[in-house]
Structure formats: C-alpha cells, structure tokens
Design a protein around this ligand. Structure first.
Ligand SMILES: [Zn+2]
Length: 55
C-alpha cells in the first residue's frame, strides 16, 4: 500500500440545512459517508439536519 501525502481521512464540514451555518467539522471514512446527520445547531438552538460538505 502506497502512502498518500494527504490525510487519508476526508474532512467534511457539517452545514446546517436551514440556516447554512457551518457548525461542525467531521472526518468521515468512506464506509461512513452518510451525508446528512441530525445535529444540534447553536444558532437555532435545536436539532436540524446537517449536510456534510467537503472542506
Ligand atoms: Zn441552523
């Protein structure tokens, strides 16, 4: 296996689906690429669906 220069784990930003604020940074493995997760949004102070976007 050849080493890659970049970090092998892809880093994503979790963006709130309703207010578009980037609340979290997550590193997702390929197997774990569910692109929408329910997270607490500090701006709205409630749980909203967050979408993972490539950082
Ligand atoms: Zn929000």
């Amino acid at each position: 296996m050849a080493k890659r220069k970049k970090n092998p784990v892809d880093v994503y930003q979790l963006v709130c689906g309703s207010c578009q604020s980037r609340n979290y940074v997550a590193s997702l493995k390929k197997e774990n690429k569910s692109l929408e997760v329910s997270k607490f949004c500090p701006h709205e102070r409630k749980h909203t669906p967050h979408k993972a976007k490539k950082a």
